[in-house]
Design a protein around this ligand. Structure first.
Ligand SMILES: C[S@@+](CC[C@H](N)C(=O)[O-])C[C@H]1O[C@@H](n2cnc3c(N)ncnc32)[C@H](O)[C@@H]1O
Length: 233
């Protein structure tokens, strides 16, 4: 089907830094991501060697590559060619043969093959506005088998609107002072101004309406949230 002219341009919302070939090679040091806790959690949730896992907004593939030995098939999806180029370089240097990288977005990725057992997404869904988040969640449900698991981590605000100033200032006060390691105050401010993190009490009904049961929610501070969701249908 042809994409309608009113459809979102996911690249235009992807964060210009994620498309910047000078920034992208610095991403892993800046993010300092350790995927081991998430992997352990997914294993507790039943992740198995026979399973297919789709990582949406996979970035440079830190999680996807770490998950590869625990699954049959990993599909690492990202809208940014530049992020995927780093992922592919890592794959080329490794002996991993079961990770596919696909350029696509939450709203454009066309899943091929067996439905997925797990969908993982970390710090990426906030790139699309709420209307599109709701549609993206429906598309995620369609990728999964019945009973399949979505583990969604993102910057999601778990404070009330009247607490916004205090919560945001407290977050900004903890910003990194070193741009090479962590996100600086101006970078966090850009997130607030230009990206689409939403409130937990808005996101949760969207997740449920897409056909998921939220089995657990973990808020870290009032900015970061993690949702374990099971496809009910
Ligand atoms: C902050 S990075 C997170 C990358 C990785 N998940 C991690 O945890 O390190 C956000 C990623 O989302 C990707 N992204 C932005 N908009 C997207 C969209 N609509 N669909 C898929 N990926 C998107 C960006 O290109 C970038 O790689």
């Amino acid at each position: 089907m042809e994409t309608p002219s009113w459809f979102i341009d996911e690249l235009a919302h992807a964060g210009s830094e994620h498309l910047d070939p000078t920034y992208v090679p610095t991403y892993d040091d800046k993010a300092g991501t350790d995927p081991s806790e998430d992997l352990a959690l997914l294993q507790q949730l039943g992740l198995h060697r026979s399973h297919t896992l789709v990582d949406l907004g996979a970035g440079t593939g830190t999680f996807a590559l770490a998950a590869a030995p625990l699954c049959r098939r990993v599909v690492a999806v990202d809208v940014s060619r530049e992020m995927l180029a780093v992922l592919r370089e890592k794959l080329d240097r490794s002996a991993i043969a079961n990770v596919e990288s696909v350029q696509g977005g939450f709203l454009s990725y066309d899943h091929q093959g067996e439905p997925a057992d797990f969908v993982y997404s970390r710090h990426a869904l906030h790139h699309v506005p709420d209307f599109w988040k709701a549609l993206a969640l429906v598309r995620i449900a369609a990728i999964l088998k019945p009973g399949g698991v979505l583990y969604l981590r993102d910057l999601v605000y778990s404070f009330n609107p009247d607490e916004a100033e205090r919560a945001i200032e407290s977050w900004l006060a903890g910003a990194s002072t070193r741009p090479g390691i962590g996100w600086t105050r101006p970078e966090l401010e850009t997130h607030l101004r230009e990206e689409y993190s939403t409130f937990s009490w808005l996101l949760e009904p969207m997740i449920e309406r897409a056909g998921f049961e939220i089995r657990s929610v973990q808020h870290s501070g009032s900015i970061y949230s993690a949702y374990t969701c099971v496809k009910t249908g």
